[in-house]
Structures are given as structure tokens and as C-alpha cells.
Design a protein around this ligand. Sequence first.
Ligand code: SF4
Ligand code: SF4
Length: 68
Amino acid sequence: MIEMPIIDVQKCDGCGLCIGVCRCNALAIIDRIVTIIESMECDWCTDCEGVCRTGAISCPFEIIMQES
Ligand code: SF4
Ligand code: SF4
């Protein structure tokens, strides 16, 4: 299963800040609410969570770095 950011539609005000920082074009505003449109494109950077002022988007995944 691919882990993706979780969106709380009750908190999203459709400001679009998360879309502006998403380098993978994984997000879009549809009907004034942010929506994940390309789950395979997410690189789990968590930038969308960091920029959201209302706490509407959260990234519950854990990134594990492997030493080479
Ligand atoms: S930054 Fe937050 S409030 Fe703004 S569109 Fe994204 S999820 Fe919604
Ligand atoms: S975690 Fe990064 S790549 Fe994934 S939706 Fe958020 S900003 Fe885009």
C-alpha cells in the first residue's frame, strides 16, 4: 500500500499553499478542497504538511534512511 498525506476536508480552506510547494504535482484543488490526484507521484517530502496553516494535511508516514 502506498502511504499518502491525509487530508481533513473539514479543515481545508482551499488556499492552495500545499500545491505551491508540492514538486511532484500530486495535489490539486477540486471544489475548493485539496485532493490527491497522483498518488504515484508523491515523494513523501512532507512539505505540504509543513506549509498548511490550518492543519488540514498530515503526513503520517515514516521515512527510513538506509546507509549504503
Ligand atoms: S495548505 Fe492546507 S488549507 Fe491550504 S489547500 Fe492545502 S490542505 Fe487546504
Ligand atoms: S508529501 Fe511532498 S510530494 Fe507528497 S503530496 Fe505532500 S508536498 Fe507533494
